[in-house]
Design a protein around this ligand. Structure first.
Ligand code: GLN
Ligand code: ZN
Length: 757
């Protein structure tokens, strides 16, 4: 039995790649220096896998920014507007990823989208009518050879042709159908090149096969792979799927001449059933995804051994594999010096998952697996109940929830009337999404306090100073509803993780979210509860400085859950309800202290929407939406509840979003050409809305006319009584000067339009 890893994190155990790329982009590092750092990181990754006895080690899982973008570049898919900048290859690549503004031109970045049901984001390549799809790049081959020179044979991981075509955007008349021949040719060329290099295996990643597939999709898939596989030479082909099961094409796939098929037994609910009902092919290798690539809990060896034994009845050759790339988990527990061993022994980050694979391999090659030391130790871990800090009060609160706990009275129409009278805000009220610039001094204040360099009093005094400064600024700018600015928060989820009971916080548990951006998801260890107020002091302080309303600012339960590593011993639903009850207490305490508007962010509501539509409600929305409702169901009619969402792909779950029963919803819209506005009007959306009037992801200052234009467009579809004016998202990544200038323009634009109404 052998072991395989689908992909390994690449950002560096201490985020070395992130910092190197950022320095390179600021011209503080030469290209050669950047390449050298990258090469060293790749080598370390391969070696750590090798040292842990992994048989199928992956290359080409490295990327300076994103591997879908790498694939596009490999295949000559570069829009002309980037070519015209006449930059060298690496800079052209970064121009596509991040946009370019300089002496060679001014071009925006390609759009970015969420990678299936994860918090990783890919760059969306564009195929124009005149794009010639052709193998032109050498990255996978270079990295294969580079690994070989380190003495390591690798399988190159390349995003498969089907998934690539499903994710790419066709900008002109050309269709997927028109591209089949070229794409198949290019992928055959890739295979040929690997044959010439003497590579044993190539891995084509096809997570798109785990989505709902239509008949046409299956035909497309077959057409492409029949062509690619017909030219297969010595290099074997692994069709690697993950993030679910491939129920729509399993039958087809097992009859095709792949040498290996990678199936996900962790997220693939039906994977085992498919193998058992339809069998597996005699001359293929099953790469069984048994070690969870998305969560951080130890593998239960007894379950895995039983599963592999069961599979052994259907498959001749099995390779033990991760369920998906390990890019979704942190590097290693070795860097967690303050996490107690009592906790750590239940956890496995990427490196520890390598150990699990090799231990499983050893156990399974034993005639009596249950007698091996590794198996016995693992069983000890699972036989003893994990000390997960149970909180019976919370548990019974969740089990005692009744229908009424999820309903807010009176209904939204009634509340709107009451609130209009209470707040007497002008038409098109102006506000921001919550965070204000996290300047170097703001970050330094937090890190100085964490390192013990300043006292708690000094830390708080600084934050209060910032709050006062920005309350005054917001008043001067003329915003109608103010925020305190979130200067105490590192991240909207980790902050609540730190302040609620039941979470573990890692020191170095970074996970790549996109490009050079990483997040450090907290771990949900036990039952979640709130033992003290979290945001009340700063909120009240901010409110004490002004006669305008300052929004209380919280993160919602679904977002906290989705951006954490969840427990697996209780359901996501129960976990979401526990968090909801904790946040609910915070909401009620803010309200009791006189805070009249409370925003509960659900930035990540869409994130864990299942890949298959048939599961959307039964497995997700049916508890996710109630979890949000639970948080605010207990407030008074006159308390105004806002929520915020960071994405604009709304149309398909618009009814569910309305069902959250918030009073006001703000969301990202400016980057997506306000397309959401049409959706809102088509479905007769009743909640008041604030579609963002400008994109906050760049330092660019939006002009007054530009904002007015956006508002006029919105007012064509949205009744004026329902419209709020705000930026797309929080302003924490922006500088102070540009933020003030942008908000001044926003207020002027809103006032001018107001006058014309
Ligand atoms: N209130 C948060 C902020 O402004 C919301 C961030 C988000 O939507 N990602 O930073
Ligand atoms: Zn946002």
């Amino acid at each position: 039995m052998k072991t395989s890893v689908i992909g390994y994190p690449r950002i560096g155990t201490l985020r070395e790649l992130k910092f190197a790329v950022e320095k390179y982009l600021k011209k503080e590092l030469t290209k050669e220096e950047l390449q050298a750092i990258a090469s060293k990181l790749r080598e370390e990754n391969w070696k750590v896998q090798k040292n842990n006895g992994i048989d199928f080690i992956t290359s080409n899982d490295f990327s300076f920014y994103d591997n879908l973008l790498d694939t596009a570049v490999l295949l000559n898919i570069v829009p002309n507007r980037y070519r015209q900048l006449k930059l060298d290859a690496l800079d052209e690549y970064f121009a596509m990823a991040r946009g370019y503004q300089g002496d060679k031109g001014d071009v925006k970045a390609l759009p970015m989208k969420k990678w299936f049901n994860t918090n990783y984001h890919y760059i969306v390549p564009e195929i124009d009518d005149d794009t010639e799809v052709l193998l032109v790049g050498s990255k996978p081959f270079d990295e294969y050879v580079e690994a070989k020179n380190c003495g390591i044979e690798t399988k190159s991981a390349i995003i498969g042709a089907f998934t690539f075509l499903k994710l790419v955007k066709f900008t002109g008349k050309r269709t997927v159908e028109d591209s089949i021949a070229d794409i198949a040719r290019a992928y055959s060329d890739i295979l040929n090149k690997f044959s010439v290099l003497g590579a044993g295996w190539v891995q084509f990643d096809e997570p798109a096969l785990c989505m709902d597939l239509s008949e046409e999709d299956i035909v497309l898939f077959s057409k492409i792979y029949e062509r690619i596989l017909s030219e297969k030479k010595n290099t074997k082909v692994l069709l690697q799927t993950y993030f679910g099961d491939i129920r729509d094409c399993y039958n087809k796939v097992v009859t095709m001449p792949f040498d290996g098929i990678g199936l996900d037994f962790v997220e693939g609910k039906k994977t085992l059933e498919l193998v058992k009902s339809f069998g597996f092919s005699e001359n293929k290798t099953l790469f069984a995804g048994v070690v969870n690539g998305k969560n951080i809990w130890r593998n239960n060896y007894s379950n895995t051994v039983n599963l592999i034994r069961e599979l052994g009845e259907y498959c001749n050759e099995i390779v033990l594999s991760t369920s998906c790339s390990l890019i979704h988990v942190p590097y290693t527990l070795k860097n967690e010096s303050s996490l107690f061993q009592e906790y750590k022994k239940h956890l496995a980050f990427a490196e520890e998952k390598l150990t699990e694979l090799s231990e499983l391999k050893k156990i399974l090659s034993c005639s009596d697996p249950a007698s091996t030391e590794e198996y016995v130790d693992n069983q000890k871990l699972f036989n003893l109940p994990r000390n997960c800090e149970e909180n019976t009060a919370v548990q019974s609160a969740v089990s005692g929830l009744s229908k009424d706990d999820f309903i807010r009275y009176p209904d939204s129409g009634e509340r709107e009337k009451i609130q209009k009278a209470v707040f007497s805000l002008p038409l098109l009220p102006t506000t921001t999404i919550g965070s204000l610039p996290q300047t170097a001094e703001v970050k330094e204040n937090r890190s100085n306090y964490k390192k013990g360099k300043i006292t708690f009093e000094q830390y708080v005094t600084f934050i209060k100073g910032k709050i006062a400064e920005w309350i005054a600024l917001q008043e001067k700018i003329g915003l109608d509803v103010l925020v305190h600015g979130e200067f105490e928060r590192n991240d909207m989820v980790e902050y609540f993780g730190e302040n609620l009971d039941g979470f573990l916080i890692t020191e170095k548990g970074w996970v790549q979210s996109y490009g050079t951006r990483c997040v450090k998801p907290p771990i949900i260890w036990g039952d979640i509860s709130r033992s003290k107020p979290i945001t009340v002091d700063y909120s009240l302080y901010a409110q004490s400085l002004t006669s305008k309303c300052v929004k209380g600012m919280l993160t919602g339960p679904v977002t906290i859950l989705n951006w954490s590593f969840p427990r697996e011993d209780i359901s996501l639903k129960d976990c979401a309800f526990q968090i909801a009850l904790a946040i609910k207490d915070e909401v009620l305490e803010l309200e009791a202290n006189g805070i009249k508007i409370i925003q509960i962010d659900e930035a990540a509501l869409r994130e864990k929407l299942p890949l298959r539509k048939s599961d959307w409600h039964s497995e997700y929305l049916d508890w996710a939406i109630p979890a949000f409702r639970l948080v605010h169901s207990g407030v008074k009619p006159e308390t105004q509840i806002h929520t915020h969402m960071c994405y604009s792909e709304f149309a398909d779950i618009i009814k569910d979003i309305e069902n959250m029963d918030a009073d006001v919803i703000t969301f990202e819209a400016a980057r997506s050409d306000l397309s959401i506005v049409d959706t809102l009007s088509e479905c007769g959306f009743k909640t008041q809305v604030g579609p963002g009037v400008y994109d906050i992801h760049s330092p660019r200052i939006p002009g007054i006319q530009e904002i007015k234009k956006a508002l006029i467009k919105m007012l064509e579809k949205i009744p004026k009584e329902k419209l709020w004016v705000n930026p797309d998202c929080g302003l924490k990544t922006r500088g102070k000067t540009e933020t003030v200038a942008s908000l001044e323009n926003l207020v002027i634009a809103a006032k001018e339009i107001r006058r014309s109404l």
